[in-house]
Design a protein around this ligand. Structure first.
Ligand code: ZN
Length: 205
């Protein structure tokens, strides 16, 4: 959540716009942080988006798009997998940003499935606020249950694997993982992968 995945999504969609492609960004209606109709990232860069109640709505609304962006994909549920595949098979470039782990560090569906069918996967990492290493977890700092705890970005801090595990073992956590990553070796980074699937390997980026 501090890894810059929304910024990366915005950057890619902006480049498509410069190329005069028709674009649209969709986000789950559940995520109403900051703005009702803009995808807003932590650095305040923003791009207009459309909030939808379910993944299936994207199919109809994206009919005229060349490039379809999806933000906060982890909140769409499993239906998003079929939707993304259908869009890609119809010739559209689909760029998906989301958290790949839940607050316990477990794979956060549907991101694992989408990463598997994507042509390209980019894992982005924040910086651990404890030790400065690349962070691939988000530590939940407030009490809360369930995978979805929206709101306040102050409720989370980026942590690396070691610092996250240490806090878990001490039990002082409300463990939430954050956006991210898969590499088992503690290497770079953080949260959020941006998965991209496109019918043709385009050299856009
Ligand atoms: Zn650390």
């Amino acid at each position: 959540m501090f890894s810059g995945k929304t910024e990366e999504l915005i950057r890619r969609v902006r480049r498509a716009q410069i190329a005069r492609q028709r674009t649209e960004i969709f986000k789950p209606a559940i995520d109403t942080r900051y703005s009702e109709d803009e995808v807003v990232s932590h650095d305040e860069s923003a791009l207009r988006s459309t909030a939808v109640a379910s993944a299936s709505q994207i199919i109809l609304l994206a009919a005229d798009c060349d490039v379809v962006g999806v933000d906060e994909a982890q909140f769409f549920g499993d239906d998003l997998v079929g939707v993304v595949r259908q869009l890609a098979e119809s010739g559209k470039r689909v760029i998906v940003a989301g958290l790949d782990q839940d607050y316990l560090g477990e794979p956060f569906e549907p991101m694992p499935q989408i990463m598997a069918i994507a042509e390209y996967v980019t894992k982005l990492h924040a910086i651990c606020v404890v030790c400065g290493n690349p962070a691939n977890h988000s530590q939940r700092l407030v009490a809360g249950e369930g995978r979805v705890l929206l709101g306040a970005k102050e409720a989370y801090e980026p942590r690396c694997r070691d610092c996250f595990d240490l806090a878990l073992s001490r039990g002082d956590v409300h463990a939430e993982s954050a956006d991210t990553t898969t590499e088992e070796a503690a290497s770079e980074k953080a949260p959020a992968p941006a998965s991209e699937t496109s019918p043709v390997p385009s050299g856009n980026d």
